[in-house]
Design a binder for this molecule. Structure first.
Ligand code: MN
Length: 420
């Protein structure tokens, strides 16, 4: 793997960036945005602005050879994208006058993020959801199988996962229509087909694949990061009552595939390189093909905010950290291809719900409210919640805390609308 390009903590941009911004010059994540009246373009986040790379390309500030088409990520493999980030860094650095002093070009190249329609950065050809949050897995195990050990025998030997539906991956801000589905109501003998009563969120980390791998070959755990483009946040919306009825024996299906929200910015592994951590000890030792090499986990603070339609402000309902994952993104990709299954550019896989070990660190309402038995109270309005209600807005956010700056992911947001 090439040496990461790490922006020094002291570096500043001529674009104003507040101390709590997720997008200082140390981050420079990539997104896809369509400013008013223009077609979609690859953009970089800086402060509260989007920097339009198509405009920079047209102005001759990016070499045409290296960065030919910037209306999607399709031509950009990891090397090209990471090299592009270095070029953008140079242009944004406070004493570089090339772009800074070209007012006309700045007016076209920079536009506020809240005026931009940020898209799913790459519509994924496939989507896999793992189950690598060990505290989530054991919380759920205790609730649903109280007489047995909380973790199933395979849990510490392989990263459990299922194949999800890429077609239901949506941009942050997309309304989440309460799905209907089959449920077996308490005490009933036969199921009904009704709107879910147990709409939930799942706090997850998503990983985009850059370099694919052809069928029959596998990606090693030590080389897996060469295949990764970067990370996003994922909300794996879940209908618990539907899930309970449908999941045996083949796993979740319709309880998950009505919507999965991704955050708009692909944060590069280079931007995260100062925030690497070892992760928890894996005991018993895993088989050689899944063994971790070096620090393949990340210290990303995660937050969950809930705002009801009556409230004026969102309330922080949970704080967690990606370092609680039992299996790293590299281990997940190594496992995913260990049978020779091919992967391709843009494939997305998510970590599984990331809960911490303490109260207040749960990554789903199922856990936060102990299956609906201990409702949450919204302090501002005194409302209570077991699961999500129509009009509720659920926001995931996450960041790494550097010295005087934050490398963040922005928001992964969805508002619940009534069933149709
Ligand atoms: Mn999930």
């Amino acid at each position: 793997m090439s040496k990461p390009f790490v922006v020094p903590a002291s570096a500043r941009s001529w674009v104003p960036v507040t101390a709590d911004s997720h997008f200082p010059i140390q981050n420079l994540p990539f997104g896809l945005a369509a400013p008013k009246g223009r077609s979609a373009s690859v953009v970089v986040a800086i402060g509260d602005q989007c920097l339009d790379l198509t405009v920079l390309g047209e102005a001759g500030l990016l070499s045409e050879e290296d960065f030919p088409i910037l209306d999607s990520f399709i031509e950009l493999d990891r090397e090209a994208l990471y090299a592009l980030r270095e070029v953008v860094f140079g242009l944004l650095l406070e004493d570089n006058r090339t772009l800074r002093d070209n007012k006309k070009l700045c007016e076209r190249a920079l536009f506020p993020q809240n005026h931009a329609r940020l898209q799913v950065p790459i519509p994924p050809p496939s989507f896999v959801d793992f189950y690598s949050g060990i505290h989530h897995a054991s919380n759920v195990g205790k609730m649903f199988r109280p007489d047995q050990p909380p973790l199933l025998p395979n849990y510490r030997h392989l990263p459990v996962a299922y194949n999800g539906r890429a077609s239901s991956v949506v941009r942050s801000g997309t309304p989440i229509v309460r799905p209907k589905g089959q449920q077996l109501l308490p005490g009933a003998e036969s199921p009904v087909f009704e709107p879910t009563r147990e709409l939930d969120f799942e706090l997850e980390l998503g990983v985009y694949v850059s370099h694919g791998q052809e069928m029959g070959k596998r990606i090693t755990c030590s080389g897996a990061e060469d295949h990764l483009l970067g990370l996003v946040l994922v909300n794996d919306w879940s209908a618990r009552d539907v899930q309970r009825w449908e999941y045996q024996p083949l796993g979740p299906f319709l309880a998950k595939s009505f919507a999965t929200t991704v955050s708009p910015w692909i944060v590069t592994l280079d931007a995260l390189s100062l925030f690497r951590v070892e992760g928890c000890v894996q005991d018993p030792p895993v088989l050689p093909h899944l063994r971790r090499h070096g620090s393949q986990h990340f210290d990303i603070v995660l937050e969950v905010w809930l705002q009801t339609s009556k409230a004026k402000r969102p309330q922080l309902i949970s704080t967690s950290n990606t370092s609680h994952l039992y299996w790293s993104p590299s281990q997940q990709l190594a496992h995913m291809t260990s049978n020779g299954c091919p992967v391709e550019f843009g494939d997305l896989y998510a970590s599984g719900t990331i809960s911490g070990p303490e109260k207040g660190q749960e990554g789903s309402l199922l856990e936060l409210t102990v299956r609906g038995k201990e409702p949450l109270t919204i302090a501002e309005t005194s409302e209570t919640r077991t699961f999500l209600e129509d009009g509720d807005t659920l926001t995931l956010t996450g960041y790494c805390q550097g010295e005087g700056y934050r490398v963040g992911f922005g928001q992964c947001l969805g508002q619940v609308s009534p069933a149709v």
